[in-house]
Design a protein around this ligand. Sequence first.
Ligand SMILES: *Cc1c(COP(=O)(O)O)cnc(C)c1O
Length: 399
Amino acid sequence: MTQNDSNQDSPRLGTLAVHAGEEQYLAERATQVPVFLSAAFGYENVEEWLEVALGRAQGHIYSRNTNPTIAAFEEKVRQLEGAEAATSFATGMAAISNTLFALLKPADRVVSLKDTYGGTNKLFIEFLPRYQIKVALCDTTDAGAVEAAISEDCQLLYLETPTNPTLKVVDIARLAQAAHQQGAIVVVDNTVGTPINQNPIALGADLVIHSATKFLGGHADALGGVICGRRDLVEQVYHYREINGAALDPMSAYLLLRGMKTLELRIERQNRSAMQIAQFLEAQPSVELVNYPGLESSPGHEIAKRQMRGYGGMLSFQLKGGFEAVKKFLAQLRYAHLAANLGAVETVAGPPATTSHVEETVEERAAMGIPEGLVRYSVGIEDVNDLIADLAQALAKIG
Ligand SMILES: *Cc1c(COP(=O)(O)O)cnc(C)c1O
């Protein structure tokens, strides 16, 4: 677990993405953080070992708990989110499930949204109720309904914004305030937003979660998850994770760390391209609806303008011909991997049925307001003119 002990003046995000968290781990004059592939760390004597074990001296004991490469990754995320502390996990879902199971107990009540990420929704509807944890899932864009649910009873408010795959925007500051009045903990999944576009902690969140597999790593070659925020809460979740065992792997931590060096560059490009593509799609007759918070037509635009610095690299759109049209359209795309991930340097596209909500049935997706005729399109760093031409030719083929 990584914590902030000093009060340095803060460099800007693009600089943090490149340098933050690395300096103390640059062994042997390396300019890159080494991959510490060591399960355990040895000591000269038991006294020295005990000092580290008891937390009285800095150091590492066993890589299920902490590891230098992983610590560098956590530190970079911590600084980018402006958090007190950070800890990491094998995957984004490990980060989410460990956080919920570490902070909740029987009879507690979670308030969340109908369209969180599919795996998160499964925790809410299938796993938490097994432990007598109550879950209230509210209409994602009805802030009044969320506030009402919070005031009834709430120990933890769990938000995701923008949502995956319908890009709905939730007012973090407003709902965090309502939750704090009830003494509840506020957790925000910032995977789609990224720390370049929004910092939920500055808006009132206590904990921020990322699937690092997506935009943070950016290269679709490593899985990982991370949480950061209030130190006391991160410590509780870290304690659960060191026993639960869902630790990040040092090789993955290295890949994520390397990917994050270009985070600001990639996000700037992806923000710009996604906006252009959203505007292009909105003008196409075969497209029923485009979901992108940057569009003035988007219901979440006003809130997004207040709480985000950029509107992100992911959008979704509905084709007039439903799921049949989606299947035909996707097969025509030249520059998009048809795959389950998002946030990569390559454009990635797919329907919710095989991506964000593969865990749900058709009926469950319908109940969540996720149409089968939807295409999720995660914009890569390719030249935007090529992407638009590609979309145009694929749309032309479905007529
Ligand atoms: C992918 C994703 C997750 C889960 O992350 P994994 O690394 O796949 O476990 C959680 N939340 C959101 C918003 C995601 O897109």
